[in-house]
Design a protein around this ligand. Structure first.
Ligand code: AMP
Length: 210
C-alpha cells in the first residue's frame, strides 16, 4: 500500500487483510509497539517519528527482513507503510529475488491534501489492538472505546497538526518517487481514495480483480 500519511492505507489494509485472510504488516505499528515496550529499536525510532521524519533505511530493511523472511514469516501479506524510500524499495526487490518471492500489486492511494490533513487530525487508534477510527467518517460506537476489544482510543503523537505538515513534506520528497518506480515495474494500481472507506475498498477489489 502506497500513499501519503492519512490517505487510508491502514484502514484499507485492515479490511483487505480480513477479506483475503492474509496478515497486514504495518511498519508504523511495529515501531509504535517497540516504543511502547521501550526496546532499543523503540528508543531509536521515537526520535525520528516524533518529528515526523523517516526512520533510517537500514533499520527498516532489518525489520522487514526479520518479519517477512524469517522462519515464521507468513506466505502472503499486505505491506502497509513499507517501502517509503527508493532505497527501501530496491532493498525489498533484492530480498524478493533472494527468496524467490514476487510482488503481486502496488496500490497507490490518492486523495487531496486538505482532505488528508482533516482525516489525520480526526484519526484515533486503539491502544490495545491498533484498530483505526475516524471521528468524522468512522467513529467508534462508544466514545473513546474500541468497538473490537473495548481498548482505550488515543490520538497518535505524530497526528498533531505541526507534525502532519512535516510528514506530508517528507512523503512528497522521499516516498512519492516510488509511484514512478513501481509504474516502471508494471505493478502499480492507482486508487481514488477520496470516498468513504467502503467505496475505496470496492475500488481496490475491482482493480485487483482486473
Ligand atoms: P505510519 O504508521 O505508517 O504512518 O508510520 C508512522 C511513522 O513511523 C512514520 O512517520 C515514520 O517515522 C515511521 N515509519 C513507518 N514506516 C517507515 C518506513 N518504511 N521507513 C521509515 N520510517 C517509517
Amino acid at each position: 500500500m502506497l500513499g501519503p500519511p492519512g490517505v487510508g492505507k491502514g484502514t484499507q489494509a485492515q479490511q483487505l487483510s480480513k477479506e483475503f485472510g492474509i496478515p497486514q504488516i504495518s511498519t508504523g505499528d511495529i515501531l509504535r509497539d517497540a516504543i511502547q515496550k521501550k526496546t532499543v529499536l523503540g528508543e531509536k525510532a521515537n526520535t525520528f517519528m516524533s518529528r515526523g521524519e523517516l526512520v533510517p533505511d537500514k533499520v527498516m530493511l532489518g525489520i522487514i527482513q526479520e518479519t517477512l523472511f524469517s522462519e515464521h514469516a507468513p506466505e502472503g501479506y499486505i505491506l502497509d507503510g513499507f517501502p517509503r524510500t527508493v532505497a527501501q524499495a530496491m532493498g525489498l526487490q533484492k530480498l524478493f529475488e533472494e527468496h524467490n518471492d514476487t510482488l503481486s500489486a502496488v496500490l497507490s492511494l490518492e486523495a487531496d491534501e486538505n482532505q488528508i490533513v482533516r482525516r489525520l487530525s480526526s484519526r484515533r487508534t486503539c491502544q490495545n489492538c491498533n484498530a483505526l477510527y475516524n471521528l468524522l467518517t468512522m467513529p467508534p460506537k462508544i466514545e473513546g472505546k474500541c468497538d473490537v476489544c473495548s481498548g482505550e482510543l488515543y490520538q497518535r503523537n505524530d497526528d498533531r497538526i505541526e507534525t502532519i505538515r512535516n510528514r506530508l513534506r517528507v512523503y512528497k520528497q522521499q516516498t512519492e518517487p516510488l509511484i514512478g518506480f513501481y509504474k516502471s515495474l508494471g505493478v502499480l494500481k492507482s486508487i481514488n481514495a477520496s470516498g468513504l472507506p467502503e467505496e475505496v475498498q470496492k475500488n481496490i477489489i475491482g482493480q485487483l480483480e482486473d
